[in-house]
Design a protein around this ligand. Structure first.
Ligand code: SAM
Length: 259
């Protein structure tokens, strides 16, 4: 295994890391649609104020920046890839919320050990960096106040047997997923299971962008042909798994008011 969290996460050699920014240049959101989250959080705000948001694996800030704009929340976002952090800062400045948004380079593994008292923590399309779903919840819930919220965008397995694909072995069937999510005593207050057409459309969009950028990179860096072949093949296999052995889903959990 590689030492860099980014080389591990994207499963690329360290020398390719600087080029990931170009490969993902067309992606604003890197997995999660901000629209539904803004809707959910606006509704929650009428019951319980949301002022401080922690965005773990924030990417380019595609979700937390709209929250800062629409709800006036203060955001602390952390990501291990510097170009994404820089994009998030630029985007926040463009939308006049730089004063509300602090994006930093860091490892979420370290951040969850020290962050406390957030009203909302988001763990969106980050996968198993913090382990299984029960391990993820156990760690991220420590960063929120009593009565605070946790947003997790991930999925569950619809196939009978374990998914034999890197970073996908931890997916379990729906019932077990819900058990894991609630294993610390938290309540699920919102749930969105994405339809297959939604997942397909998202995969198609992302694949078009990736293939276009990969073709440009190949012209400039023939030495990465093999890396790009592997990456696109992995992406193809992953999309097939998402469409045939899994359902993508998002959950909003609430920590009990008094622990
Ligand atoms: C699929 S993207 C999702 C980004 C964002 N949450 C969104 O929905 O647009 C996953 C992000 O997690 C980041 N990441 C992966 N491992 C990490 C780690 N150990 N610490 C911090 N960020 C990490 C990646 O750099 C990437 O930006």
């Amino acid at each position: 295994m590689n030492n860099s969290p980014i080389a591990n996460y994207f499963d690329v050699p360290e020398e390719f890391i600087p080029y990931l920014a170009e490969l993902f240049a067309d992606f604003g959101e890197l997995g999660t649609d901000p629209g539904i989250i803004c809707q959910w959080m606006k509704a929650i705000c009428t019951e319980s104020p949301i002022r401080k948001v922690l965005d773990l694996g924030c990417g380019k800030g595609a979700v937390s920046i709209p929250l800062a704009v629409e709800l006036g929340v203060d955001v602390y976002g952390v990501d291990a890839y510097r170009p994404f952090v820089e994009s998030a800062r630029i985007e926040a400045a463009k939308l006049n919320v730089a004063h509300r948004c602090c994006y930093e380079l860091g490892n979420i593994y370290d951040v969850v050990k020290v962050a406390t008292d957030y009203d909302l923590v988001m763990y969106l399309a980050v996968g198993n960096v913090l382990g299984s779903l029960s391990e993820i919840v156990a760690q991220i819930r420590q960063t929120v106040r009593d009565g605070g919220y946790m947003l997790i965008d991930d999925g569950f397995r619809t196939s009978e047997s374990t998914i034999q694909f890197p970073h996908h072995e931890y997916y379990v069937p729906y019932e077990e997923t819900i058990q894991q999510l609630t294993s610390c005593g938290d309540k699920i207050v919102r749930e969105q299971v994405y339809s297959l057409p939604y997942t397909r459309a998202m995969n198609d969009r992302y694949n078009t962008w990736l293939h276009k950028r990969a073709a440009i990179l190949r012209q400039q860096h023939r030495e990465f042909n093999h890396v790009l072949d592997q990456l696109l093949e992995r992406e193809r296999q992953e999309c097939k798994i998402l469409e045939t052995q899994m359902a993508m889903a998002m959950w909003l959990l609430q920590k009990p008011k008094y622990e």
